[in-house]
Design a protein around this ligand. Sequence first.
Ligand SMILES: [Zn+2]
Length: 284
Amino acid sequence: MKKFVAVSLMVMMVWVSPQGLAHSGPPVPTPVGLAEIAVAFEWDFDATEITAERISDQLYVLFGAGGNIAVSVGAQGVLVVDDQFPALADKIRAAIKNLGGNQVDFAVNTHWHFDHADGNQFLGPDGAWIVAQANSRAKMTQDQVINLVSIAYDQKAYPPAALPVMTFEDQMQFHFNGQVIDLMHFGAAHTTGDTAVIFRGDNAVHLGDVYNNSGYPFIDAGNGGSIDGIIAFCEGNARANQQGYRGGARPWPAVELPGIGRLHRDAERYPLTNDGSDRRGRIA
Ligand SMILES: [Zn+2]
């Protein structure tokens, strides 16, 4: 959400309305729909091209509009992490086919925000099993407002076919396409339902919008996100590294997939997932 990133500290402040009532977070602009948001973010779905970047023979990332899509392709089928928008359905299907995959078997949502999960509305009916942290699924079952400070989005409840059929609280594990894939929740961070998806064999992790590589992280304070939660999530991810969740056949350096923006590889790892101090200072 790069247009509205200079808000990470603003959202932590207590604002006082003209009526003198204290509210947590900034005032909420009148919520708008996807067409208006697409203009604000300069998304043109007709013109969007889906491009792919290889991490290994079995793991790729698709870039288009909205959140980055990780694609595991192998003998057992296709698992994706995040799924962008229904308007891009044909292009996403074609891109997966180009990687050697067919129908998506599993779709994992890093969180419930529309630019990462709206694609559930075509993948669910396509036959994919959708998986998310329990708090994210709960958010998807009801209308939500995402306050981006200068604009707000009116995210409607998803139809049943677009809802996760499997949820977890803290941790879940896939054994798929010959590798272990860990889904880990470290508490509320960017939202209340964030998941890090760790592909052990490829030493890669999709961090969702906890990691925005196009600017400062956006924290959805109106939906339970907090800067302390972001730090705790990053510390949890670092702890998982130390406990051997990553590595496998592909040694360090790791690959880190942000929710938005290009991959981080090798020595330029996301500093917040390293061990170290003053994470709050680095965010601020
Ligand atoms: Zn998000």
